[in-house]
Design a binder for this molecule. Structure first.
Ligand SMILES: Cc1cc2nc3c(=O)[nH]c(=O)nc-3n(C[C@H](O)[C@H](O)[C@H](O)COP(=O)(O)O)c2cc1C
Length: 356
């Protein structure tokens, strides 16, 4: 099967075309710092062709969820080092997903002095789990000043540099699912009147600048990007605008020569149909990773039909640390148990056994 063939991505030769999708697991309970159980968890999953480690904030302002890791201080940098070392010792490869939550967060989850910042003062719909107050409606974020937008670009660059210092093989910028870079892209969330809002070119500027900064800092072969046509909680943009925006994003990416472009699709409702990814495939000149509801068979089919170069699996990696071996041998997969996805401690996290 093509799924189990090696592939060159950026400067790396990966052992298979199966990636572990980024999965927020909320185990960084001590000041958003990676810890020992995270070392175990990632070491166990090093059989993936590429691990994309969970969404990790480049800024105190981007820690909108409880207990997600950060990478913006020395302690966090030291915390990630044993994780990348463990994965490399097992022969694996690991990128870090850089995720700034922007407006998708709650002030109660932010560390002291941090602020809930977004392109515009427009609240996300729905509610969110907090440290002290149970579930709360998303607060209205503060609109960033132009200077704060530029600072956020620099936070992505510095985090990228720190990721390489921590031993990661590269970074994946989280431009999907309604988080900060995604918030800039669409008029439903961005009504700015400076150079970062208004026209499509302006709305793309934040993503363009941060990718350029990250690529110039560590090399474009060490930078990937994840996009999706949806956010989890609300989508108010016209389908035509979404298609036009994402087409422009992909055209912008072509000369950047990134490690890969990761297209995330998940469940319904999805405003832009899955076929949109085929349009992107025809425009984009680099490597494409697809993710969302794949099985071994549909993944291999997507590769054979040329729709993708790699496939990322998310939920199946949670209960199956040895997912690649299981798929290869047609061994059964462990059952999904979503009750501990965002729990505390090792239970439902680093205590899943390998098959047999
Ligand atoms: C528990 C959980 C946490 C997730 N965290 C992230 C994340 O940090 N970053 C991200 O881009 N996607 C995240 N996702 C989405 C997954 O990366 C993936 O796109 C999704 O699970 C669909 O793939 P699957 O059908 O193979 O599970 C998360 C999904 C789940 C179930």
């Amino acid at each position: 099967m093509k799924l189990f063939e090696s592939i060159q991505i950026g400067g790396m030769l990966l052992t298979s075309r199966i990636a572990m999708a980024p999965l927020t697991r909320c185990r960084a309970v001590d000041q958003n710092t990676p810890n020992e159980i995270m070392v175990d968890y990632y070491r166990q999953r090093a059989g993936a062709g590429l691990i994309i480690a969970e969404g990790t904030s480049p800024s105190p302002n981007g820690l909108g969820y409880r207990n997600i890791p950060g990478l913006f201080n020395h302690r966090q940098l030291e915390g990630w080092k044993p994780i990348t070392k463990a994965v490399h010792e097992e022969g694996g490869r690991i990128f870090l997903q850089i995720m700034h939550t922007g407006r998708v967060g709650h002030t109660n989850n932010l560390p002291e002095g941090a602020r809930l910042l977004a392109p515009s003062a427009i609240a996300q719909k729905g509610d969110i789990s907090t440290y002290d107050l149970d579930r709360q409606p998303y607060p209205t974020p503060e609109a960033m000043t132009t200077e704060e937008v530029r600072e956020a670009v620099q936070e992505f660059r510095i985090c990228t540099e720190m990721a390489i210092q921590a031993g990661f093989d590269g970074v994946e910028i989280h431009g999907a699912h309604g988080y900060l870079p995604n918030q800039f892209l669409l008029p439903s969330r961005n009504v700015r009147t400076d150079a970062y809002g208004g026209s499509r070119e302006n709305r793309l500027r934040f993503l363009r600048e941060l990718l350029e900064e990250c690529c110039s800092a560590v090399g474009s072969e060490k930078v990937g990007l994840r996009i999706s046509s949806f956010s989890y909680a609300d989508v108010d943009d016209e389908e035509q605008e979404l298609i036009a925006t994402y087409t422009e994003v992909v055209e912008m990416l072509n000369p950047m020569d990134l490690a890969y472009l990761h297209l995330s699709h998940m469940g319904d409702p999805v405003p832009v149909k899955f076929e949109m990814w085929e349009t992107i495939r025809s425009i984009y000149q680099g490597k494409i990773m697809l993710c969302g509801d794949f099985t071994k068979e549909t993944a291999d089919q997507a590769l054979l039909e040329g729709r993708a170069d790699m496939i990322a699996f998310g939920r199946d990696f949670i209960a199956n640390p040895d997912l690649v071996t299981r798929l290869k041998n047609d061994w059964p997969l462990a059952e999904r148990d979503n009750s501990l996805w965002y729990g505390d401690g090792a239970e439902g996290y680093s205590d899943y056994p390998n098959y047999g």
